[in-house]
Design a protein around this ligand. Sequence first.
Ligand code: ZN
Length: 306
Amino acid sequence: MRAPEITLAEFQEKFRREADCQDFLFKRKWPDGFRCPACGNDTYWAIHKADHLLYECRRCRHQTSLTAGTIFHRTRLPLWKWLWAIFFVARDKRGHSALALKKDIQVNYKGALRMLRRIRSAMAQRDAGYTLGGLPTEVDDAYFGGQDRDSGHCGRGTTQVPVLVAITLGSAEGEYPEFLRMLPLKKLDRPTVEAALKKMVEPGSELKTDGLSVYSGLEDAGYQHERIVMAGLSPQAHFRWVHIAISNAKAFIDGTFHGVTKQYLGEYLDEFCYRFNRRRWEGELFGRLVNACLAAKPLAAPSRAT
Ligand SMILES: [Zn+2]
């Protein structure tokens, strides 16, 4: 059964005060009650600092917070801004831009960008925990246009980045798609394609690709492989879902984010795939995304003071 989507009015009511947000995150982080991350003890003192709340273990005195070790690590923003940001991202199926977020929750543009990068990282980490498998899979590559600030004498140029796309089919007849992964590649050659595929699709799976030579070694790599060499046939007949996913991903990136630099292409694709893979649970997306943010590790190179 589909959960009803939380409305703006309900959200506003539920997360009116910072304390509401703390209670909500506490229950999400420790659904069975507080648990000290250092010693496993379940009793604590709450210590209210100027702008944040600490939980000190009564046994080992270890101090932790709701945000420690999560995607919100070392945030200086109030929790309500984070929950609102997640709400808007979850609600807007076409994505939420930094410009819109800046206005919605009154942060500066760079701050909004950093928040969205952290939320996307949580999405990416969630999906990276799954590989596609057990279903027939269409695989194809596509070039995504990126604006590259590092190229060209005037500081701008256009770079096309190859992206490998894999989508599983829910039935042998391929009537509907199931799950999707996309990965930008440094280059489109055989070893790079094989390495990327192994991150996305379980060996042993049944793959369908076109006749491009980069796909020629997939049987040796442990896949069941059907190569379809086009001879005047419309590729749509064979690669329907992977082509739809590619054109929808391009529209998603161009429509909301007005294109993307090469550096960030992977993050936008992660967001697109995360949404696609949860399209049947749209009403639950806010709660799922909060859980993903709490479970995800902080960004490897933490952005300053978001
Ligand atoms: Zn402890």
